[in-house]
Design a protein around this ligand. Structure first.
Ligand code: ADP
Ligand code: MG
Length: 255
């Protein structure tokens, strides 16, 4: 793999919680333009990896590079500025917000500058907010959920909320999108819609790294597949190679 084709590099990352080794010198690379699947038994350390990559947890050792830039000790908003955005396994609480308002919480929360520029350049913030509203509506329409914009976010089904989370992440115009279990608890119809949207965005140039428990979903969408077990990379390969690998079968049965 050419160095410039790597958008995300996880380099011997280690993270412990007390005596528990959650991430055990994990190393892998995500190549530009791919949909890379990250699978593994419960507790394998998948979500912890996303938290380390995006600056929500601090590693014990190792490094993370995004587009060649070292983001090892960066804050979440700094990682976002390098073009890497993530969604969470459990959607955020959005009481009292419409879907469109919920969309706008993301970019503001991930932009450390916006609060300061409120004082230094209020005109700019106003323009920015207007632009954000227009972008939010456009993206909701691209996801075929424009009609949900004025609904209370709490009235959405779990599946619709996952779609909104993906749409919201797109507002930041990411190069790399990390999705943590995008179809967990989502009905098959909406799961298909999510898959179509991920495939469309990938065609448009967005690179994905997706944690998912639903094997059919991830094996049909992602290539390569990286298997994590007990905090380390166990196997990496095509869906077919991974499906037929005895080490993977053992990890799931033993896990
Ligand atoms: P996965 O997403 O693969 O199911 P996680 O990354 O959530 O696994 O968890 C890996 C291990 O790290 C688990 O044993 C989990 O209990 C532990 N862990 C994760 N986050 C924390 C935390 N904030 N504090 C203590 N232990 C944690
Ligand atoms: Mg998890």
């Amino acid at each position: 793999m050419e160095k410039e084709d790597v958008v995300l590099e996880v380099d011997t990352l280690r993270k412990t919680f007390g005596g528990l080794v959650a991430t055990d010198n994990a190393s892998f690379q995500v190549e530009r333009g791919t949909i890379t699947g990250l699978i593994g038994p419960n507790g394998a350390g998948k979500s912890t990896l996303f938290n380390l990559i995006t600056g929500f947890y601090e590693q014990d050792s190792g490094a993370v590079r995004v587009n060649g830039a070292d983001v090892t000790n960066a804050e979440p908003h700094e990682v976002a500025e390098h073009g890497l955005i993530r969604t969470f396994q459990t959607p955020r609480k959005l009481e009292g917000m419409t879907v469109r308002e919920a969309m706008l919480v993301g970019p503001q929360a991930q932009d450390g500058e916006s609060f300061i520029s409120l004082f230094t350049n209020p005109g700019k913030v106003h323009d920015q907010e207007k632009q954000n509203l227009e972008d939010a509506q456009r993206i909701l329409e691209e996801f075929e959920i424009g009609h949900l914009a004025t609904q209370a976010a709490t009235d959405l089904s779990g599946g619709q909320m996952k779609l909104v989370e993906l749409a919201r992440a797109m507002l930041a115009e990411p190069e790399v999108l990390l999705l943590d279990e995008p179809v967990a608890g989502v009905n098959p119809t909406l799961a298909n819609k999510l898959r179509d949207q991920i495939a469309r965005l990938n065609e448009e140039g967005v690179t994905f790294c997706i944690i998912e428990h639903d094997m059919d979903f991830i094996m049909n969408l992602a290539d390569p597949i990286i298997v994590l077990d007990q905090g380390s990379v166990l196997v990496e390969g095509t869906p077919d190679a991974v499906r037929n690998d005895d080490r993977v079968i053992d990890a799931y049965l033993g896990g």
